[in-house]
Design a protein around this ligand. Sequence first.
Ligand code: MTE
Ligand code: CO
Length: 390
Amino acid sequence: AQQPDPAITELPDWSRYNGEGVDARPYGSPSEFESHVVRRNVEWLTADTVSSVNFTPLHELDGIITPNGLCFERHHSGIAEIDPGQHRLMINGLVETPLVFTMEDLMRFPRENRVYFLECAANSGMEWRGAQLNGCQYTHGMIHNVQYTGVPLRYILQEAGLKSSAAWILPEGADAAAMTRSIPLEKALDDCMVAFKMNGEALRPEQGYPVRLVVPGWEGNMWVKWLRRIEVGDKPWHHREETSKYTDLFPSGKARRFTWEMDAKSVITNPSPQAPIAHGPGRTIITGIAWSGRGTIPRVDVTLDGGKNWHQARMSGPSFNKSMHRFYYEFDWDGSPLLLQSRAHDSTGYVQPTKEALREIRGENSIYHNNGIQTWYVNEKGVVENVEVS
Ligand code: MTE
Ligand code: CO
């Protein structure tokens, strides 16, 4: 280089003076230069921020783990700030012995560590009728993926003793919404957990501190936060969140009764509208995430031309059941416009459908369970826009 680079030739303060000492940040937070990396909401989506949602900044993350402070939040009555010493978990209904547990009681069951994604059924819901929101944070950011530490729910139910007629459970939250969902006992005894840690630290208040239900692979609404009671019954309760909400209205006017499992889905996180290609033509990296409520993601395909030619992406990182997966596709960009898409294949052989294919069956009344292929248009300047191709 002819011109001296001041980033090399001039000494910045951080190289001249000592920095803060070890105890300046007893519970650390990110660099001030990362202050743009935040959850964001879409103001017009909801009437207020108390019964609302914000979105994980997927375009700023890599790997498969979502940092706790960036996990999207969905509250029906705001964040319950619970004193764990005052918190109780009650098991009642069709059990031999109704029981009440303190947090200390829960900690004395054998615990397990599992990485799972949580996706709200409404994720991508705004995109059913066409491309709408400009950013994968908004189109796909109602998802997070963390390692939970908790107690398998079956240990707790077995302690209370299930009556022979027991067939369903109704978990209930301690927030003002007292949110409830009916869950079949088979699932409860299979892989549900009562979790109190995420990524090694206590659950954040936003995520249900001190204890939440984990319902692997199933829609986020069932993962009751601030869990205070589990009633055991012999049939589903058909409460609000499983009738007027979280049901899929078909073109015929009939609604699908329960849609629990989250189908395989993927999205390219970079480039994307909030993360344009700034470097011009040449070596370019495409990356994104994929997940399935039915297993793992052995394969993701990427297209640069709206689906005419597909290329197999490179998977990197741990491949856990019902967890997020990371893919990369490296290529030499010639600077011509691109129509980027990704397509997930899950371990059952299911392939992520196009939005068109979904609409043929589901119509356009739907809000929930949109797992269609996302398209990003990249122009010759590297600017990215949310579009649809047909
Ligand atoms: N549990 C309670 N008690 N109250 C709530 O409002 N929201 C549900 C679910 N559990 C909710 C709840 C919904 S719709 C979703 S998508 C997830 O929590 C969101 O979990 P998160 O806030 O950890 O992202
Ligand atoms: Co939800």
